[in-house]
Design a protein around this ligand. Structure first.
Ligand code: AMP
Length: 139
């Protein structure tokens, strides 16, 4: 497995070098909207400290991130009146990983509604409005 590369896009988001729709942060984790959402409210939970994925993460990073995944699961379900939530997490190229900083996808789900196909950029005004709904649900 390759070493952590601090030029990955989520490292740049953490350093404030590129923008993100921030939803939540605590001492150890940061949460923002996925810019190609596969469901309304699709967000990403990452540790603030470097690790490539699940395979090199420390127990402390994993426990902090999964606690925040639970917080965000409640928030997105409330914000979008969802009946369920799907959590996705990909490791290495063969596992479907594209960005090499550990992240968990949190996707609110409605009965009978499929996830949208990957790779379609969101309308930024819509994404901003969805982020506001999630922030309100967290308050
Ligand atoms: P994966 O590594 O397969 O979990 O995919 C990376 C995810 O990051 C995809 O869902 C992308 O839509 C998302 N993504 C990539 N660049 C950004 C960005 N600048 N801001 C927010 N989400 C992003």
């Amino acid at each position: 497995m390759s070493a952590y590369d601090d030029q990955n896009i989520f490292a740049k988001i953490l350093r404030g070098e590129i923008p993100s729709f921030k939803l939540y942060e605590d001492d150890d984790t940061y949460v923002f909207m996925d810019i190609m959402p596969r469901a309304d409210g699709h967000c990403l939970v990452i540790p603030k400290t470097p690790c490539r994925n699940l395979l090199d993460a420390s127990p402390e990073q994993l426990s902090a991130v999964i606690r925040t995944v639970q917080v965000m699961s409640h928030a997105v379900m409330k914000a979008f009146d969802a009946q369920g939530v799907t959590i996705q997490q990909f490791n290495e190229d063969a596992g479907g990983q594209e960005v090499y900083h550990l992240h968990f996808h949190v996707l609110p789900r409605h009965a009978g509604v499929s996830l949208r196909p990957p790779g379609k950029m969101a309308d930024m005004d819509v994404l901003a409005a969805h982020a506001e709904k999630i922030r309100a649900a967290l308050a």
